[in-house]
Ligand binder design. Structure first.
Ligand code: HEM
Length: 197
């Protein structure tokens, strides 16, 4: 399967913890934000357009993080405060794969379980473990939600670089926006106190 040689990438691992979000709850979440089969189709179309531009997309996102010391902080060494280049580059490889995965997902139990793993990797319960780094322990909740904006708005020009009509670009953009929002909701589970999610 694609991505299986990326260090720390565990989307197909059978030993993932089962997501605390049930399939029924996830289905209702999708319904709540009008996410349906048309979006899945639009995301598949988006993948064809985004895949050849993946390096430029990651350059954009990493440029943004790198230009913001308060964000680069989360990739820095806990003692020295220096950005950890190896950590950045390992996460970058998984981030690239995530774009391909999100635009080709079937939203099944295995996918749900990996979203919970990614959730834990941002939170103090699991950050730094995958790459065995000595970085800061936790990504603050407020930035998880805030990132929805840059991760969505910056994708639009890349979607426009394909041969799709404006109507298709809009549909792909909306689908991407919904998929990112869904992901971030699932990724914030560890931040929410028991019973409140
Ligand atoms: C890991 C995406 C929010 C910093 C990752 C990964 C992805 C990702 C795809 C790799 C997952 C894997 O291991 O397979 C996103 C998205 C976000 C978001 C889509 C919100 C929309 C943030 C924020 C920060 C951040 C706000 C802080 C600057 C990191 C770090 C890791 C990581 C440090 C590595 C965690 C570890 O030690 O395993 N992110 N992220 N992310 N992200 Fe995010």
């Amino acid at each position: 399967n694609s991505g299986s040689n990326i260090p720390g990438y565990d989307a197909y691992s059978k030993s993932l913890e089962t997501s605390p979000v049930t399939p029924e709850e996830f289905a209702l979440l999708q319904k709540t934000i009008f996410f349906g089969p048309e979006d899945v189709k639009a995301l598949r179309q988006a993948q064809k357009i985004l895949k050849p531009q993946i390096t430029e997309i990651l350059d954009t996102w990493y440029g943004y993080v790198g230009a913001n010391p308060h964000l680069l902080y989360y990739f820095s060494n806990k003692e020295s405060g220096e950005a950890n280049g190896e950590y950045l580059s390992r996460v970058r490889d998984r981030f690239e794969q995530w774009i391909l995965d999100l635009t080709d997902a079937n939203y099944d139990q295995q996918w749900l379980n990996y979203q919970h793993e990614i959730a834990k990797r941002h939170h103090s319960v699991g950050k730094n473990r995958t790459d065995n780094v000595n970085s800061v322990d936790h990504i603050d909740y407020r930035y998880m939600v805030a990132f929805i904006y840059p991760i969505t708005t910056t994708i639009k020009p890349f979607l426009q670089n394909g041969n799709a009509s404006q109507k298709e670009v809009d549909a792909m953009y909306e689908a991407w926006r919904k998929a990112v929002i869904l992901s971030v909701i699932l990724w914030t589970h560890p931040y929410i106190k028991d019973g409140d999610f």
